[in-house]
Every structure is written in C-alpha cells, then in structure tokens.
Design a protein around this ligand. Sequence first.
Ligand code: AMP
Ligand code: MG
Length: 349
Amino acid sequence: METKILRINPLNPELDLIAEGARYIRKGKLVAFPTETVYGLGANGLDEEAVKNIFIAKGRPQDNPLILHVSKIDEVRPLVKSIPEEAKILMEEFWPGPLTIIFERSSIVPDIITAGLNTVAIRMPNHPVALELIEASGVPIAAPSANTSGKPSPTLAEHVIEDLYGKIDMILDGGPTGVGLESTVLDLTTDVPTILRPGGITLETIRHFIPNAELDLSIISSNEKIVPKSPGQKYRHYAPKAKMIVFTGDVENIVEAIKDRAKKYEMEGKKVGIMATEETKDKYSQGSVISVGSRKMKGTIARNLFNTLRKFDEIGVDIILSEGVEMGQIGTAIMNRLKKASGGNIIKV
Ligand code: AMP
Ligand code: MG
C-alpha cells in the first residue's frame, strides 16, 4: 500500500491538507495524525471495516477497545446512553485535553470499537490538526496510538513511519507531540470514578473536581496478579526490544544499583543501555547513557520517554537499566509506562 506523507503546520494546519485527510477518513482509509499526547492512527469510528483495518495495521489484539475522538462536546451525546453530571464537569474543565472518559455506550457505536463491552471511551484531543481533521471528517475518529502494538508509542512522525509505513494510507506529519504519554482513562460508569490508565491529567487534578476518584488497584500495586480493569493495560506495552529493568528508591541508591548491574552485564559481554536523568547522567562510567529529562521537570521525562526507549533500540543494546521516578502527579503515569515497558521488572533499592 502507498503511504502518503504530508507535512502539516501543527499550529495553523493548511485547510487543503485537512480536507484531503478528511476525504481519506470518509472513504474508510487509515490516517495517522498528531495529537497533544502521541500520534493517533485514525479511522471513521462508525465504519466497522475501516476500524478493522486499524487492528490489522497495528497487530492489535481484538479484545483491546479503541477511544473515539470528537471535536465538540455535543458530539458525545449520540455515542452514549447518558452523560453523568461528573462527566459534564470534567468535559467543561479538561476538554480539549488528555482525558478520556468511559461512558455507557449507545447502539450506534460498533462492537469492534468497544471490543464487545457495553461502555465506550471518548476524548477530545487538544491539537489543531486533530480537532480540524475530526471536524472536517464529520464523524468520530477511532484513534489508538499509531505504533505497532506492544512497541513504544509514537511521539514523532518518524516513529509512525518506522512502524506503519506501507500499512496505512496517510501520515499527517505535524512534528513532535507535546505531552508524550497517552491520555488519562477515567471510568465514570462505576460507583467509584476510577482511573484505568494514568496520563496527562493527574489523579490529584481530577480530585479537585471529583474528590472520590481513585486509581485502579493494578496501577498502584506491584502484584502482577491484580488484573487491570482496562483490557489494554494487561499487555506488555510500550516495550523496547531489549530486556529492561527499572530501579526505584532513593536516587543515590538507584545510581549505585545500576552501576553494579551494568558492570555485571558488561562482564557477561552484554551491551548495556542506561536510562538516566539530567541530575545523574554524569555519574555513570559504563554503558550507553541517555538522559530522559530532568527529575525537577517530570513533564520533560514524560515527553522524552518513548523516544528514548526507541533510541536504545536503534543503538541495539541487550539490556536497558532505567532509573525510576517518584509516584504522584505525572510521576504515576511515567512509572506506569516503565512498569509496562519492563514487563513489571521493577527492583526497589
Ligand atoms: P490506545 O488506543 O493505545 O491509546 O489505548 C486505549 C486504552 O483505552 C486502552 O488501554 C484500552 O483498553 C482503553 N479503553 C478503551 N475503551 C475502553 C473501555 N470501554 N473500557 C475500558 N478501557 C477502555
Ligand atoms: Mg497504544
């Protein structure tokens, strides 16, 4: 398949390019586009055949439901059974933005979107290209991250090209994404509003509006037996090719533990990658060291995380030793991605 790549201005998208993307979406084709979180792989969310092709292109398991993207709050109504009061408050406050809300679904939502669940996930992305593409298409756009399933999510069009070139119809290249991690997924269909996936909008922020909101147990617990409520969260995810170990605890202890391990693996003849931070990067003498950002500005760590994991793949290391960060605020989302990327291989030091 020919993949058309169009460079688009992320702040002020060219109308003819948006119109072309929208034409593709209406024809049932697959269009990757930037959002403020990561690149999405879009298709007409009401066209079952088109959505099926998303699963094929990504190699995504059929039981992992997709998020529908809208460009206005009014577009939610036909997709859901009802809109809870809490949802109204959160949509007003955080949309457009990195918050996905789970509603009871209406009958116009195809089963393939919800993986047969009676709920549907919806969000309004905060990116001019995404918003204008959805509006011009005139349909909700189903858009999971535009990567091969299981790999780190794409924060640059180059990542989409690497994974999906030849498998999708179009890539709108709007440069790097902002947040760098996927949206927060919040379930409002349960008695206790529950975050199923931590992301750009933190639990602490949501609690200003919904004081009884909680994190799904599987996010906080290190017990791998606790099954996540969100189907997508049960897979190894965001994963580089190399084996990965994450170290948590005091920063000094983390550095010492990583140095020890690096020595050991190098003695075994392994090529070691170290995912460090600005504050620690000069303390390592072994391995290929990449700083993922500053511990004082966790937003930079979120933004660089997936790209850094892909860089280790490019270098071709055998093992990645990664520093962990403190939980809380965006740190919770970062640790969630590190936990998934390492397959739960976390060592407390
Ligand atoms: P992605 O498309 O890669 O951003 O992943 C979407 C995430 O939302 C996955 O973790 C899905 O399992 C989750 N999700 C989508 N729809 C639902 C739903 N109806 N109930 C629970 N989780 C959902
Ligand atoms: Mg994804």
